[in-house]
Design a protein around this ligand. Structure first.
Ligand SMILES: Cc1cc2nc3c(=O)[nH]c(=O)nc-3n(C[C@H](O)[C@H](O)[C@H](O)COP(=O)(O)OP(=O)(O)OC[C@H]3O[C@@H](n4cnc5c(N)ncnc54)[C@H](O)[C@@H]3O)c2cc1C
Length: 472
């Protein structure tokens, strides 16, 4: 079986590894380094940037733990300097190294990688326009099946053209060589909140312009409130119910014009208003590949499009825009194509994290979604303030929330707001995926003292309420 994959992000390269492992002849067509936007521009760079910002946690808490820095005992946050060029160099180096590691794995698996832009010209044919050093005549690749994994690009507004210097998209952030004096972040979602977190820590004045009455409107509202509170304490200004109509550069600064006539000025404006599936120039319409009203490729549970020989995975399907979901869709597509027993992806058990400080990690059903859809759940929320580890680390912001189905006590979802929530969500994710009960989750050993101890305690409380006891 021959498979041609367009796009080398997690949707594409994870699919390639599965297909090669099952004996298929695989070619990936990609227009940049393997790892795609995820590794080169989005997940890896943004989390590397945030790791530098996290250094401030240590600085901030050290004096209260009795560790003082020379010359400034008792001062809340010691004097510091942010060397943005060094941070950005590290970000780029790490992203390239990660891309290189993925290339080695993929090539070692026997996958052919072609650098260029792919376009579908037949149900089983991809035409590649080589780019970079290999630029030249187009090449035609024949396969038994095609996987589309072209990802997404930052959403743009005609009235807010980015210039890469003052008006920035998420990709432009890495061109900055100095910490902006005043960064105005337009867009209240995960990406905006993460960059706001980083630049606030680096000492910028940050204004968050959000169109709703709160930040992170699609997240657990208790979690969003914790982040709003932390942002406020750190001096971030949030302008709510504010929809940007136009953004323009005026001399060396940016101006955001709101629909209600107000204006907000900053030294820089960062647009984080969402991502759009990357489908232009792929020949989808000619091939009859169905897309929805937002331009995303429509797929079924095993990632098949409306054309039997064409599959799609990742952001181009806009199901849930996460690297893990893209990888899951890509693998599922290949298992299905290559005749393996395969179950549709478990959309009811997807885990996600927003890398604010503290982080918000969620899995499965949320309280809001349960209320909207009428799904009955029992909910227990345990603040971290009582956790011994949180107290000794001086990191009391946050909580653990668990949702269980009444009667059975099966874990339906959960949320963790804590410094390392992205790791702490793992046991809840395993419980949710495997449909464990609150009692079963509470019985697994956890470390004392640890933040994870709060997950166990929360599960215990929920089991008593829902199952009558946590003994079984
Ligand atoms: C700022 C930011 C931070 C994020 N952080 C996280 C995070 O921490 N964790 C997480 O899970 N998700 C995160 N995401 C989302 C995550 O990046 C995406 O869900 C993920 O990259 C999707 O993978 P993909 O394989 O669909 O596409 P991509 O990673 O976008 O890869 C697609 C590749 O295909 C290439 N391509 C497109 N068209 C063609 C063509 N015609 N021919 C050849 N090549 C083509 C693209 O250039 C790209 O290299 C973040 C997103 C943003 C914007």
């Amino acid at each position: 079986m021959r498979v041609v994959i367009i796009g080398g992000g997690p949707g594409g390269y994870e699919a390639a590894l599965v297909a090669a492992d099952l004996g298929a002849e695989v070619t990936i067509v990609n227009d940049e380094g393997l790892g795609g936007h995820c590794v080169l521009w989005d997940c890896v760079p943004s989390k590397t940037l945030l790791t530098s910002a996290q250094a401030f946690n240590t600085l901030e808490t050290a004096p209260s733990l009795g560790v003082h820095f020379e010359g400034m005992p008792g001062q809340e946050v010691p004097h510091y300097e942010v060397d943005l060029p060094t941070i950005m160099r590290r970000v780029r180096k790490l992203a390239l190294a990660q891309s290189e590691d993925i290339s080695k794995r993929v090539l070692a698996a026997g996958v052919r990688v072609v650098l260029g832009r792919g376009r579908i010209v037949g149900p089983r044919t991809v035409e590649v326009q080589p780019t970079g050093d290999a630029a030249g005549r187009p090449e035609r690749l024949e396969g038994d099946a095609i996987l589309l994994a072209t990802g997404s690009d930052p959403r743009r507004m005609d009235t807010a053209p980015t210039d890469g210097e003052v008006i920035l998209s998420s990709k432009d952030v890495y061109k900055l060589r100095e910490v902006p004096e005043h960064l105005v972040v337009v867009g209240a979602g995960a990406t905006g909140a993460e960059y706001a977190t980083a630049f606030l820590r680096f000492g910028a004045q940050v204004t968050f312009v959000v169109s709703r009455d709160r930040i992170l409107p699609t997240e657990d509202s208790d979690a969003a409130m914790v982040i709003e509170d932390v942002f406020e304490r750190r001096g971030l200004r949030t302008v709510k119910n504010a929809r940007a109509a136009k953004v323009e550069r005026v001399s060396d600064h940016g101006v955001v014009h709101l629909e209600d006539g107000r204006t907000i000025e900053g030294s820089h404006v960062l647009l984080t208003i969402g991502q759009v599936p990357q489908t232009t120039g792929l020949g989808l319409e000619e091939m009859g590949v169905a897309t929805n009203d937002r331009g995303a490729v429509i797929v079924d549970g095993v990632s098949r499009t409306s054309v039997p020989s064409i599959y799609a995975a990742g952001d181009v399907t806009s199901k849930v825009m996460l690297a893990s979901v893209a990888a899951g869709q890509g693998r599922t597509a290949m298992w299905h194509l290559l005749g393996q027993a395969v179950a549709p992806l478990r959309w009811d058990a997807v885990a996600a994290t927003i890398f604010t400080d503290p982080q918000i990690a969620t899995v499965g059903l949320s309280e809001q979604r349960a209320a909207e859809t009428g799904i009955e759940v029992e909910v227990d929320t345990l603040p971290l303030a009582g956790n011994a580890r949180a107290k000794m680390s001086n990191r009391p912001d946050g909580f653990v929330k668990l949702l269980a189905r009444p009667g059975s006590g099966t874990i339906a979802g959960g949320a963790v707001v804590a410094s390392y929530a992205s790791d702490l969500i793992a046991p809840i994710s395993a419980a949710c995926f495997n449909r464990l009960t609150a009692s079963q989750l509470s019985q697994a050993f956890q470390i004392y003292p640890s933040f994870a101890g709060s997950i166990q305690e929360c599960a215990r409380r929920l089991a008593v309420r829902v199952q009558g006891s946590y003994r079984y």
